[in-house]
Design a protein. Sequence first.
Length: 489
Amino acid sequence: MKNSLTENIAYLRRKQKDSGAKPHTGMDTWGPAQARHLLRRTGFSATAQEVETVAALPRDQVVELLLAEEFPDKPFAWIDEPYNPRGWTREQRQQWQATNRERLRELRDWWFQRLLRGPYNLQEKMLVFWHGHFVIEQSNVKVAQYMYNYQAMLRRNALGNFGTFVKEMYKEPAMLIYLNGRENTAGNPNENFARELLELFTMGIGNYTEADIKEAARALTGWRIRREDNSSYLDLRRYDADQKTFLGKSGYFTGDHIIDIILEQDATALFICRKIYSWLVNPEPDEARVSELASLFRSSGYEIKPVLRSILNSDYFYETNNVGAIIKPPIQLVLDTARLFDATDQDLNYLSRASAVLGQELFSPPNVAGWPGQRGWISPLLLATRSAFGELAIKGGRIDRKNYRGTGLSIDTMQFARSFGTDSARELIDLWEQHLLTIGIDDVTRENLLNLLLEGAEEGDWSLNYPGVEDRVKNSLAQFLRLPEFQLM
């Protein structure tokens, strides 16, 4: 369709690049608009009160608050249960499968609960980033305990040292299953993990040879899963202890040695910083800035926090061409909606299911390369479903169940409307625009939204106590969430 949301989003992005669109922020000041942009990119948006609080603080202080880490206690007793299916009967296996499905659901719901926290939630946001980088899929791994331990490993390293991160990652039982590391044995190496380590996890295509993959695979042999405590260990009987030659160096290399050599390559810092820049700043990275970040990454010994601190304290992060440059992933869209409206009752399982319906399910990326992102989120079918999600969030209903009278989000639209402190319909439209949208709307769209709110009433006669006003508020807010501008961040 000529006026499809896909074309509208593409048009908005072109307008923005040509400076025709007016993002609610700029590089020369720090205030509510900049705080909204920062909290949207480093978390899942913010309530109006949170924006006001954050905007009152110096920007560098806000960044340090964002970089703080928290390591929660294990949320479920079953996490430490050994997984040892040897000798199970058919009935025992079926019972385990049912229990395991419920545990995976609990784990996803718990993760969504943590993602909903705010306003300082960069650590959890980066978990989603690293989950899309160091990919595993629950359909392959299956065991809930392994999935939790994988998630805990991501959280432990999300803002830490990248070298330590990679060394822990390749030994993680979930990864040993997903990329066949436990099948990698001296004399019969399995190259799956070694290939993805170089291509997707560290260096990128073009910076190594097939011979390097084979030699890395040999160094990574011997790792197995200890079922008694769900950990991993190196079985020296299956480890290739002979000399290897990797990226021009020769020696009796272990897996950790391979990682150290990878970190010596300029390509590694460039590859990771380019991906972080694309995630936080703009999917079309500025290579000069990526190069600066890569130099910082290497000089810090591959610490992740200095890179994030540099980006978030920079002026370019707030520049016009970087604001609204990213199409919201489904998780972002779903959680933004909950947090922007300060939803009082949030069905975590529904938020997870809604995100999955929209194309992004935690623990289930489409393949080892992760989610494609950007226009991969906005096929014609998904666009229609995104619009339906927003409308149902305001008016009641769920996108995962037809003809369902309940809702997965409880949004008090009148409380939301009154929280802006005005009875002027025109002022409300302006304030909602600032709060809900990254990019400013044109005058025609603004008048249409105003007309939905007035519904024939004179502006001077209208107020939030006007008869039938709640339906008008809902109609206007639902239309806000259908706008292509709401799809951008």
